[in-house]
Write a protein that binds this ligand. Structure first.
Ligand SMILES: Cc1cc2nc3c(=O)[nH]c(=O)nc-3n(C[C@H](O)[C@H](O)[C@H](O)COP(=O)(O)O)c2cc1C
Length: 185
């Protein structure tokens, strides 16, 4: 039987709790957002990343102001966004649990493109960006990031790692949709 939580303002209920439960239904691709400042490399796991525009190529990245990498991203003005491949939850877990620059060990797992921001060598796709605008919003900074270089992973490895429910979920390379439409008479 389905269990539906309905939020109505007249009912005494913690909307933040309901929101968090609702967002568990919302699958999102797992990225590693990283920068390099005079203090070294820093970063965070982030799902609040989406395409903004193709002209110019740009992304929106939402970073909590409490994140240890937040100030460095804003100060450096450069950011790498690496989409994790579908079978890399071990790395995702290790990156999340590590702190500070330890997240970037061993160094061989990281590279740079143009700006010098770290991108994950094994990424399904990696974007190298310069930040052009930052809008404070509630607990977060919404970062406008203009893409200056893109590194696409191996052909055929088009899946990615997702976050769904309370954990990682693998999205293997999508199969072409079967054409179920009736053939023309
Ligand atoms: C799957 C997942 C997605 C996350 N997405 C975001 C996000 O989009 N933005 C954000 O600010 N923090 C996000 N976080 C939290 C940060 O990755 C990180 O845990 C937090 O900033 C604390 O890191 P710190 O110890 O470096 O401060 C996410 C965490 C996980 C596990």
């Amino acid at each position: 039987m389905s269990h539906i939580i309905t939020y109505r303002p007249e009912i005494e209920m913690d909307i933040q709790h309901v929101f968090k439960t609702a967002m568990q239904r919302f699958p999102a691709a797992v990225t590693l957002v990283a920068t390099r400042s005079h203090e070294g490399a820093s970063g965070l796991t982030a799902t609040a990343v989406c395409s903004l525009s193709a002209d110019p190529p740009s992304l929106l990245i939402c970073v909590n102001r409490s994140a240890s990498a937040h100030d460095s991203i804003l100060e450096s003005g450069i950011v790498g966004v690496s989409l994790l491949p579908h079978d890399d939850e071990a790395f995702a877990d290790r990156f999340s649990k590590a702190k500070g620059s330890d997240r970037f060990q061993p160094e061989e797992e990281w590279t740079t493109l143009i700006t010098g921001a770290p991108v994950y060598r094994n990424a399904a796709v990696a974007f190298d960006c310069r930040t052009t605008q930052v809008s404070p919003a509630y607990t977060h900074s919404v970062i406008f990031a203009e893409v200056v270089a893109i590194r696409v992973g191996e052909e055929g490895e088009q899946g990615c790692l997702m976050w769904h429910g309370k954990g990682f979920a693998r999205l293997a390379a999508a199969q072409p949709m079967l054409n179920t439409a009736a053939p023309p008479a």
